[in-house]
Design a protein around this ligand. Structure first.
Ligand code: G5P
Ligand code: MG
Length: 225
């Protein structure tokens, strides 16, 4: 069945630019389902599948997973979300991935978080995550209510293996060479919206105002800025 008025968005930005943080706010305010490629990969790794081991070695070295592997995984999940409005976080990350996504669906908008690399390096080394939900914390910016524990489940938080200074440098290089061209790809299609800044709390009201105009009112979950 064809469902009308669905809204499909992608959020892009360098590692640590705040994609996960802004995605949670978008989901809460606008009711979009959030699908993060990184969270999905980490769930596979946790399940200790053979594919998970291959993924772990790529991620721990700050390199991208091969296009065919990640595209298959994401496109299969999107098939299960056919009836929903969604927000893709971390995919596509190469032009080949963007083309494979275009082969199945046209995205309505691409939100690009443009945050300087110097800001990012500091953030990632003080990030703590709740692996199974993808909730992210930062010891300075948004600390958990009880140090070391997830606010919702009370389970222990961990640090990501790829948040070491050396791996962060590799991830930023991969972004520069492989992901930056995707911005041009979407710019040429007229769907790219860039938000520049060094603080999520200052970027967020602009993202909110932009989406409030784009997303049909009937779909908005009624959250504020
Ligand atoms: P991921 O998991 O997609 P990245 O590297 O793209 O990883 P990451 O690290 O998840 O991105 P983010 O989601 O952009 O960062 O940022 P975030 O988690 O919201 O915020 C980062 C930290 O900063 C948090 O602690 C947050 O609390 C804090 N923070 C946010 N805003 C502020 C602020 O204003 N001030 C301060 N002080 N702090 C703030 O991908 C991981 C790996 O998986 C593979 C790759 O190997 C990749 O490296 N992968 C893929 N490979 C191929 N193709 C794909 N499509 C792939 N997708 C994933
Ligand atoms: Mg993330």
């Amino acid at each position: 069945m064809l469902v009308r008025n669905l809204f499909r968005a992608v959020i892009m930005g360098p590692p640590g630019s705040g994609k996960g943080t802004v995605s949670s706010r978008i989901s809460e305010s606008f009711g979009l389902q959030h699908l993060s490629s990184g969270d999905m990969l980490r769930a596979n790794i946790k399940a200790k599948s053979e594919l998970g081991l291959l993924m772990k070695s790529c991620i721990d070295q700050g390199q991208l997973i091969p296009d065919d592997v990640i595209s298959r995984l994401i496109l299969a999940s999107l098939r299960d979300m056919e009836q929903s409005s969604w927000l893709l976080d971390g995919f596509p990350r190469t032009v080949a991935q963007a083309e494979s996504l275009d082969g199945v669906i046209t995205v309505d908008t691409v939100i690009n978080l443009d945050v300087p690399f110097e800001t990012i390096k500091e953030r990632l080394t003080s990030r703590w995550v709740h692996l199974s939900s993808g909730r992210v914390y930062n010891v300075d910016f948004n600390p958990p209510k009880i140090p070391g524990l997830d606010d919702v489940t009370g389970e222990p938080l961990t640090q990501r293996d790829d948040d070491t200074p050396e791996t962060v440098t590799c991830r930023l290089k991969a972004y520069e060479t492989q992901t930056r061209p995707v911005l041009e790809y979407y710019r040429s299609k007229g769907v790219l919206a860039t938000f520049t800044g060094t603080e999520t709390n200052k970027i967020w009201p602009h993202v909110h105002a932009f989406l409030a105009k784009k997303i049909p009112r009937t779909q908005q979950a009624g959250g504020g800025v």
